[in-house]
Design a protein around this ligand. Structure first.
Ligand code: CO
Length: 221
């Protein structure tokens, strides 16, 4: 039975672009004799876990000029690390305890639609519940954010503070804290990508041990 896949030529064309793009990529990699596919088929051994925004403009591999196999990736709207998010926690646990990644990078970006939406009182629908976590970051840093007059600068700063809070969230998980009890080669980083230049800015909040967490947050077993 022949099924009619598309009822709209533009829909078909935009999908074909992806299918043809894959064919082109396979040819390019095959031509490059480095044996990448052979290596990838054996398994993965990435040193990086990337937790980034789902935004189409910040693909982990392209912005870091890395190859398939180099980065384990989790992305969601506004690069959040919420403690009840089983998806994020599962990725983190697998990356830290099975893949034994050395670096976890929370990567935000200026011009983040999720952060911008959180700094309004508009209803957007289901996502409003997700955005509450960003509004919590705003509430924590309300004085600083409210003191910035320029809207873009205000949003840029909230993007940075949101990344920093997500780094804190990761450090507070038992996954990361227990890993730090066993090894000293795990670093959690906060970075922001400037869409206008492509540059990745280090927010200088790299954390490598339980020592900085303080009471309540440093968990004992
Ligand atoms: Co974003």
């Amino acid at each position: 039975m022949k099924t009619k896949k598309f009822n709209n030529i533009e829909l078909k064309e935009s999908f074909d672009k992806i299918v043809n793009g894959n064919k082109k990529w396979v040819e390019e990699v095959a031509a490059d004799t480095s044996g990448l596919f052979k290596e990838l088929a054996k398994g993965q051994n990435p040193e990086i876990l990337w937790i980034g925004c789902a935004d189409s403009r910040v693909p982990a591999n392209q912005v870091t000029s890395t190859l398939p196999g180099d980065i384990f990736v989790h992305r969601n709207i506004a690069n959040m690390c919420n403690h009840t998010d089983m998806n994020m926690l599962s990725v983190l646990d697998y990356a830290v305890n099975v893949l034994k990644v050395k670096h976890v990078i929370v990567a935000g970006h200026y011009g983040c639609g999720g952060v911008a939406a959180a700094l309004t009182n508009r209803q957007y629908g289901l996502i409003d519940n997700w955005l509450q976590h960003i509004k919590d970051v705003y509430r924590t840093h309300k004085v600083e954010i409210d003191n910035i007059a320029d809207r873009t600068q205000k949003l840029n700063r909230l993007v940075e503070l949101n990344v920093i809070e997500q780094v804190n969230n990761l450090c507070r998980t038992t996954i990361v804290q227990n890993a730090w009890k066993e090894r000293d080669d795990l670093a959690i980083h906060g970075m922001v990508i400037d869409l206008a230049t492509g540059e990745m800015i280090d927010l200088d909040v790299t954390t490598t041990s339980n020592e900085v967490l303080g009471e309540v947050f440093a968990l004992v077993s």
